[in-house]
Design a protein around this ligand. Structure first.
Ligand code: ADP
Length: 272
């Protein structure tokens, strides 16, 4: 059996997906990017290979993507995260129907990608200038509120009354705003709901730039936060398509492209 790997080296997390010849996911791994992207990505891949009981040589083609993609020297190809995200969303979102809009919130950026009815990228919009509407914003807020990011969802649903309005667009100012709200005896839950609604409004404004069509797919680590999902769905007035493992969508797309890349390189060799 031949295997293909997609490695998404994000600003916050390294995501690896290994698929087999039938494009089934045989392994996946999420680990922190830390400060040494290349070293951690290499170690993470070696660990995953060992966990699923194959050898490094069984992986015949590797595609890297994401912020640190160029650092991964062993990759046979590097691909932009827009392309890889689109490929992954079409595959992981098959059961939801035809995906026409992708909303991705990553550690340090957020983006919206518009697809045509065949799954090809037609346009995209990106915010990578400030932390507002990114995982970083949620991480800073959670740290200030002394809760884990994994608890943000539950907190959201325990909020009472109208969500608070959070106006800061910068993570540093948001931290001061949170301190002010805590000082005024607002509950953590109401603050969290306010943060989620502020991110929801921001990401929808970005998504409107590419157009909100058909099935809207949401991925990236923050898509694991059920409170944020609920806030975006409330603001949108419709349900989002979210796969079981939204954080690995882009790595899955890279793995699918690795499978294609390998077939192409073999057919090219045969022609020569
Ligand atoms: P990148 O590709 O830029 O590294 P990711 O898509 O991996 O970013 O998202 C990282 C962000 O996802 C983190 O900053 C964190 O806020 C969020 N996140 C990760 N896991 C969870 C979880 N279980 N629940 C809620 N949020 C999460």
């Amino acid at each position: 059996m031949l295997y293909y790997a997609g490695i998404d080296i994000g600003s916050t997390a390294i995501k690896i997906v290994i698929i087999d010849e039938d494009a089934n996911i045989v392994g996946q791994k999420v680990s922190g990017s830390g400060s040494m992207f290349y070293k951690y990505a290499k170690e993470s891949l070696a660990q995953l290979v060992q966990d699923i009981g194959i050898t490094p040589n069984d992986i015949v083609y590797i595609v890297s993507t994401g912020y640190g993609r160029k650092l991964f020297k062993e990759a046979d190809e590097t691909i932009s995260e827009i392309t890889a995200n689109a490929f992954g969303a079409v595959k992981a979102g098959e059961s939801f129907g035809t995906i026409r809009t992708i909303i991705n919130i990553g550690g340090q950026d957020s983006k919206a990608i518009g697809l045509d009815e065949h799954g090809h990228v037609v346009n995209f919009a990106m915010n990578d200038r400030c932390a507002a509407g990114t995982g970083k914003f949620l991480d800073v807020a959670a740290a200030k509120l002394e809760i884990d990011v994994e608890e943000l969802g539950e907190c959201h649903f325990n909020a009472s009354g109208t969500p608070l309005s959070i106006n800061s667009t910068c993570a540093v100012f948001a931290e001061s705003e949170i301190i002010g709200l805590l000082g005024n005896e607002h509950s953590k839950e109401d603050i969290v709901a306010g943060i989620h609604f502020s991110i929801a409004k921001r990401i929808i404004r970005l998504a409107k730039k590419v157009g909100l069509n058909g099935v809207i797919y949401f991925d990236g680590g923050p898509a694991l936060n059920a409170g944020l999902v609920a806030a975006i769905e409330d603001e949108l007035g419709c349900e989002l398509a979210i796969p079981e493992y939204p954080q690995i969508t882009t790595a899955l797309g890279a793995a699918m492209l690795a499978k294609e890349g390998y077939s192409y390189s073999v057919s090219k060799e045969l022609q020569e």
